[in-house]
Design a protein around this ligand. Sequence first.
Ligand code: NIG
Ligand code: FE
Length: 409
Amino acid sequence: MNRPILIGPFKQLLPMSGLPLKGALSDGQLPIINDAGVLLLDGKILEVNTYKKLKSDEVDLERIEGEQVCLPGFIDSHTHICFGGSRARDYALRNSGKTYLEIAKAGGGIWDTVTQTRKASKEMLVKGILTRCEKHLANGITTLEVKSGYGLSLEEELKMLRAIKEADEQATQDLVSTCLAAHMVPKDWDGSPTEYLEEIGEKLFPILKSEKLTNRVDAFIEESAFSPKNIKPYFEKAKQHGFDITVHADQFTTGGSQVAVDFNAISADHLETSTKKEVALLAKSDTIATALPGASLGLGCDFTPARKLLDAGAALAIASDHNPGSGPMGDLLAQAAILGTFEKLSNAEVLAGITFRAAAALNLQDRGVLKKGMRADFVAFATDNYQEITYHQGQLKPSGVWKNGIKTY
Ligand code: NIG
Ligand code: FE
C-alpha cells in the first residue's frame, strides 16, 4: 500500500476553494493557509491544512526549502497549439497598418496556417504540441485545452485531433481537445458555408465520437467566418451528438455571444467587442465568459471588458489563445496579470480566472482548487507573499510544478 505524502511547508497556500463561480471577487475573500502542507495519496489530495497538523509518522515527507507560495496548477482553457509554420509575416504586416481581416483576405491569416498545417505530418504536429506544452509547464500550466481548426477538411481535421490525442498521451499535462472545424470556410471548399458545415456534422462528428477524439465543438462566429444563422443547425447537430459547445464570440463584431447563450455553451471566448447588451446576456447565463488577453496583445486591440463582465455577475475565465496568428506569445500568467492592470481586476479575480473558473470553462470538476478529492496539481513560487505573483507580470516563474502529486518541473 502506498503511503500518503506530505509536501510542504509552504509559507502561504491559496486553495482557491469556497469562492463563487460567478461575479466580482476581492482579495479579502481569498482563503490563505499559512505554513501549509498538501497531503496526498496516489495523485489525489487527502487534505490541505497547516503543515504541523498534517505531519505524522504515517506520512512520507517531501520538504519545501525556503519561502514559497502554493496555488492550484493553472488551467489554460483556450489554445490553438497544434499548428505548422509561423505567421511572423502577418505580425509585421499588421504592425505596418494592415488589419487582421485585410491580411486574411489577401491570403494570410488563418488560411496561411491551414496550408502550413496540412503540409505537416501528424508526427510533426505532435512534436510541436509537446514542445509548446513544455513551455506552458514551466509557466505553471497543468491542464490545457487544444483546438483543431487548421485542417478544415475531414482528413486534415482528423489528423489534427489524432495528433492532439497522441500528444495528450505523452505530455505531462492533461490536454482537452476541441473540434474547431468551423474556424473558417476553407478556401478550397466548392460549396456554401452551410454545405461545409453539413459535411462536417454528418461525416466528422460520428468519427470524433467513435475514436473518442473530443467531446467539444467550437465555432468562430464572425463576418469573416460563420454567421449565427450558418452555425445554428451545426450546433443543433453537435448537441444531438452530445458535444459540449464553446464559441469564438464577439471578437471583431457581436453576435456570437447570443448564439453561445442560446445553446447553453460551456464558454463564450474573446468578447473584445461585447457591449452592455452582451455583457448582461452572459452575466445572466451559465456560460463562462473567457477573456483572451493574448489575442488583444497580439493584435493590438481592446481587451475583453472583464471588469464589466465581473461586475454584472458573469463567471470570468482567462486563457492564452496561444496560436500562430493572433496570439503567438502563449504566456498565460503574464497575460492574465496584464489584463488585471488594464481592467482593474483583483488578484482573486485574476487567479480565479486561471484556476477554478477555467476548470469550469472546460467542464472539469476535479481540479482548479486544492481540497480533498481533487487532483494534486499545484504550482509553487519562491516568495512569501502571493501578491508578488501578478506584480511581476509573469516574470516571477514557478519554482515547482506538481502534476498528479509528482514534481514535474
Ligand atoms: O482565437 N479568432 C479566431 N481564431 C484564432 C486565431 C487564429 C489565427 O489567427 O490563426 C483566435 O484568435
Ligand atoms: Fe482562439
